[in-house]
Structure formats: structure tokens, C-alpha cells
Design a protein around this ligand. Sequence first.
Ligand SMILES: *Cc1c(COP(=O)(O)O)cnc(C)c1O
Length: 853
Amino acid sequence: MAAPLTDQEKRKQISIRGIVGVENVAELKKGFNRHLHFTLVKDRNVATPRDYYFALAHTVRDHLVGRWIRTQQFYYETDPKRVYYLSLEFYMGRTLQNTMINLGLQNACDEAIYQLGLDMEDLEEMEEDAGLGNGGLGRLAACFLDSMATLGLAAYGYGIRYEYGIFNQKIKNGWQVEEADDWLRHGNPWEKARPEYMLPVHFYGRVEESKEGAKWVDTQVVLAMPYDTPIPGYMNNTVNTMRLWSARAPNDFNLMDFNVGDYIQAVLDRNLAENISRVLYPNDNFFEGKELRLKQEYFVVAATLQDIIRRFKNSKKGFSGPVSFDSFPEKVAIQLNDTHPAMAIPELMRVFVDIEKLDWDTAWAITKRTFAYTNHTVLPEALERWPIGLLETLLPRHLQIIYRINQGHLDEISALFPEDMDRMRRMSLIEEDGGKRVNMAHLCIVGSHAVNGVAEIHSNIIKTDVFRDFSELEPEKFQNKTNGITPRRWLLLCNPGLAELIAEAIGEEYVKDLSQLQKLNELVDDDTFIRDVSKVKQDNKEKFSQYLEKEYMVEINPSSMFDVHVKRIHEYKRQLLNCLHIVTMYNRIRKNPKAPFVPRTVIIGGKAAPGYHMAKMIIKLITAVGEVVNKDPVVGSKLKVIYLENYRVSLAEKVIPATDLSEQISTAGTEASGTGNMKFMLNGALTIGTMDGANVEMAEEAGEENMFIFGMRVEDVAEMDAQGYDAMTYYQKIPELKQAIDQINSGFFCPKQPELFKDVTNMLFNHDRFKVFADYEDYIKCQEKVNELYQNPREWTKMVIKNIAASGKFSSDRTITDYATEVWGVEPTDLKIPPPNEPREALDETARALREK
Ligand SMILES: *Cc1c(COP(=O)(O)O)cnc(C)c1O
């Protein structure tokens, strides 16, 4: 028997990551040494691991530059329709390994770094996550950028370059403590500042009416400085741009009139303007109506639209006469990632009407054909409703425009539904009850030609429930676009062992066409394949165990079932239901210590919004339960509870490939799609979940018998809402539930502060919007079925293979193809832009081929 391969050797074997080539490796080593010397100004005696990371990052970056410039030239010359993805969040994570993979440089870089006597994984660990997002919505934007580049779309991501991303979470005494995420401290080798393209953004002021029309005057100006990040497609030489704006004070800021004489104070006050891009708001699925947040939303929108319009006009070079905007919707598609960039709608109207002097109706028709809106949640507390007073002060002209849009909108409704005053009230952009507010979702629906939900079930809820009146008015507007994830990061990058195993079985094409995973169905009874799949999982579990031991000094049993629940902490995601299962398992072990028990390691992780009290109590409860369970000698190695600190993209990449059981247990009708669920499915975990979000479609693809589905369906939840949910009846009827709740309530898990969890139990009894007790019994029973199957490793792994084979639908390549053809009116292409070392004619050839398609 040969000695087991080291990680280094395993990575070398992997074929889908580019050809090594001796000259290639030599060139990379030269580049690395050159950057260590000239860019970092270090030699190998004084260089730190971070210096080595930066040297490699710059070396890899050099391979992007030519492709980036050429791609942008290509777009300029062929002038295709541009797609603009506007988002307040891009949760990118790390960039180095993703770039090497998409450029096919991974193997060559591995070899170069190895020959230099360094460890690739150590270098990769030096990179900070770009944590410019909260959770699913921001990560979706990042996956979409990868897919848009891979599908050759002329696409741009536009957002904010937050100086501080999502906070770092520390767990101290079982409580969450937040720390600032100073991610730019050591510099960001992936961005290029473009001060020459800086643009002004106006705030406050007043509206001056004259016969020439309205004019927004006496405004305060903040400058938007663009930072560009290259977005490489997978092995197609395409490199798109993500442009993030940073706020800069103008050099005359506060120095003009009233502040003369206080030069020092005026310079210090520059911070006020620059605070706009200081920090990401850490709320997931929650609206907090703060002025600074509204400033952020308008800031990104105003700067981006100037850029879009400049690019549109520039493409008209050579044409004489005034620019016509008639073709604008044929050249520009703007996708709004939730309502966060909704002010783009009144802003485009302002530019068209006040500046470009288009008449209102023409401007409105163009605007509607340009925008499309994606809804991400139906939770009422998440829907943006900005107070009129705030808008009036900060953006007075936009408020006027919103009123005028609303006027036309209500006129249309009253023509179709005369006298239906209640319908008018329900559909108005302006809500009147309890302080006037602008309903941003209504604004987006009215201002867009397409509105979509992010999974079938969610799109149906939108049509029949939250936006029912709107879908009655314009049913053809409403669509579904089920979310997806990029298989490059969420398989090739995070799970090289599985990616390679699949490539050996079905070839490499699946990376660009994930539906080909279906071919794995032919191997569900193949003993060798079953063994290999289970071996990859075991290796991943061992590697993750070692990581936990090294970083956190916690020891876990890699042969136990890894039961993982990682996502933002939220009542609707029901981490509390999982917690009740843990307590129930604990009680069963204590009641019957000799009985056989399927060993489990329950891993829960996620950040709570700093202002969300109940979410923070949930974290404390989980850690308190863990403390008791993990220390109980009766339990031993049968059950362990780990709170995974600081869950983020780079940690997701480690834990997901090591997972046996994926927890997706939201109350039916509350999780719009989920994307975590898809990552686990692709990486060979089985899912225990409710019929919610994309879980429903996962069950459809894999067959319900291949998932652990439990709990109420949406119809059951609706019925219960009508009848009235009474937590107490479940508590009294189910002895194990009663026991668990009594323990939590009486301080069993925190004897020093027995009252600590009263808020939690009080909520569960008296105002639990998410009906934890109602699904408890079915959840526990379902977990028993999980145990049963886990005791039969062969059957377990067969089900895993069926799930992987069924996960092709959940590639974001499929999602983006659907947006492209059904919303944006552009065609994806599998054409490869010729690399920079080929002559220019090759580019023209590609352009011709594209025109002929
Ligand atoms: C995918 C992902 C999410 C979204 O997870 P859900 O389970 O869909 O809520 C959140 N955070 C990170 C870091 C992710 O990678």
C-alpha cells in the first residue's frame, strides 16, 4: 500500500485546474520574485507570510490585466447591450484562489509556490475576506458576477466600497461581541482606484421651478470615486468589472461661505461626507430607516447612473446631432437587487426630464423598459418604507418625482377599478397610516418591466399574497428566477477532492454545464464510486476537524455525523428548533445512557445583527446548552455542540464540504430561496428541511424520498394563522418538548442566572411568529430517520450521490441564462475571447462570430 497522499500531492493530481508547463511555472516564479522585490520591497530573509501572499496575488493579477483591457475594448467596439447589476452588497470573500481557478493557473501556481518552498494554503489563509455583504443577498450578487463573466455577458456590478465590511464576530462567555472589519488595512491588490472618473453626487438643497422646468439647487456635493475589481469568467478570457464607489469630500468642502476662518474644522469635517461609504449596515432581512443608509442608497445610484449614461452616450461616438435616448432600453438593462437601489428609478427620471429635457411620458416609458426588480423577502419588517420627511430633506426633487409617478399610477388604477378606494390605498406608493412613507417595493414594481421572486414558492407568494393587487393589474410582469450558486467557488475551489472525482467520472464539462451532473445517476450502484465519494467526505471532515483543533482548540470526533446549521441568526430561520433537538438528544442520552446512540457533532454558526436582541439571546442559549452537553461525562463523545465563530464566505468554504447533514428548517413561507441549501447539496450533504424556498425545488429535482422533509407546508401555516397558533397546547401534549422548555426556562443551562432565557421562552409561548413548537414533533421524528440511514453508510452515500446528481439546476449559470433571455434581452455565449498574446485580428474574428450567432 502506498502512503496516503498529502494535501500538496492531492492538489497536484487535479487535472481540471490547468496544465502545469515548465515555462509557465518558471514565469510565475520570476513574477513572484519580481513582486516580492519591487512591489513589496522585501527579500526572503525579512518577508512575512503576508508578503508572500501579496507577491503571489500581484503575480496572478498580472495575468488578468491584458484580458481585462481586451474585454473592455471588445465591448466598446462591438457595443453589445450592457447589463448593470445594482446592489448595496457584494459578498465576494477571497479572490486569489478563485482567480487562479478561472484563469486555469491553479496547478502552475501550486507548483511554483511548492518549488519556492512555500505552502499555498498558508498563503491563501492570509487573504482577508471582502465581506461587503450580510448573507444570501450579497453572496448571490457575487455568484452572479462570476456567472455573467463565464457566460460572456457585457455585465457590470455596481455597489459601494465600504471601508468596513460585515463585523467580525467574537464569542466571549457565550455572547456575541462585534469587532470592526478593517479589511483594507494591508491594502487590496485586486482593486484599481480610478480617481480620474470621479463623479459628483448631490444631497439636500431645494427645488427651483421655472418655465424651463424644475431645477435642484443649493445642494451639498459629495464625490464618488470608483474602484474597479476584475471579474474573470471561467476559462474564457473574459474579464468584467465590478465598480465600487467610495465617498470623497470635495476639496472646497465646508470652506466656501459660512465656515471661513475655521480651516482646521473644515478639514476635519471632511469625514462627515466620507462617512457615506464607511460601513456596511449589518442587518440581514431587516429595514432600519437611518438617514446614513438612505444616503448610501442614493450615493451608489446617482454615481452609477451617471456612469451608465456616459457609457451610453460614448457608444454613440461618430453620430452627430443630439443624443437620442429612444434606444436606451435596447442598450441598457438595470437589475435592482432588492429595493435597496430603488432610488435609481426617480433618479433616471430626474436626469431624463430635468437635465436631458425629455418629456415626462417618453422618459417614463424608457425608464420602465430599462429596470427590472428582484424581490428577496416577504417579511414585513424587511420591506423598505422611507419616511416622507427624510426624503423631503435629503432628496427633495426625487420626492416630487415619486409623487408624480404615483399620480399616474393611481390614475391608471382608478380607470380600471373606478371607486375602489381601498385598492388605491393598498397600491399607492405613499402609505398614509402612521406617518407618511414611500413603499419602495411598490415604486420598484411600478418602475420596472419585470419583477421576480427567487424561488418558485416565493414567486407564487408574491403574486398571490404580498403584491397580489399588482399582479392582478399587470400579471405579465411577474416572473420567477430561482437562485443559484457558482460551481467554481462552491465546488472546484472549496471541494477539490469531489470536483476531481466527478471529473474522472463524467469529464470536465460539467463545470460550465452543471446539468451534466445527472450522469452521476449511472454510478449510484457503483461500489468504487460509492467508496470514493464517502472517502472524499471523510477526508473533508478530518481536515475540518484539524482546522477546529488548530484554530479553536476544540476536539471533535470525525467519525460522528456532522450536523451543520450555518446562516444568519434569525427567528424565522429557527435555530431555536435545532436547539430544542439538541436538548432532546441530551435528555435521551441521560435517561438511557447505555442505549445505542448515533454520534453527532452539531455545528451552529452565524452572525446576529448587533441590534437584534432575540438573535443574540439565541446565540447565548446555544452556547450555554453546548457548555452543559459538552462537559457532561455521561454524554462523552456521543454528542458535541460547537458554536462556529465568525461564519463568513471563507469559513463556509471549509465547513460545507465537511457536512453530512444540512439544516434548512425555516417556517414554510418565510425563506425566499436560500442558497446555503444549494451549496450543501452540491457538496454531498443530505438535507433536513421544510418545504420552503428552494428546498421545494431541491426535493423536486432529487425526489422527496431523497431528502428529509418535515413540518408544515405553506398551506398549513396559513390555516394555522387563520385558526390561531397556540404554543401551549404543544407544550402540554409533548412530554419531551415540555421537559426541554422547562429546563431552558428554569435555568438548567445557566444556573448562575436562572432567569437568563425568560425572554426566549416567553417569546416561544406568547408571540412566536414562526411557530417553533408546531414543527417540533415532526422534526424530532425526522431526525430519527436521519439516524437510521446514517447507520447504513452505503445507503447514505447512495442518497448523497443522487443529491449531487440532482443539483445541476442550482448553478447560477442557469439562473443568469434565465435572466439574460427572459428579463434582460441578451444572449449568453460560450465564445472565448482570444488571449492577449494572440494578435488583434483574433478579437475581430470573435466579434464577427458573435454577430453571426
Ligand atoms: C451562502 C451564504 C449565506 C446564505 O445562507 P442561507 O442558508 O441561504 O441563509 C450566508 N452567509 C454566507 C457566508 C454564505 O456563504
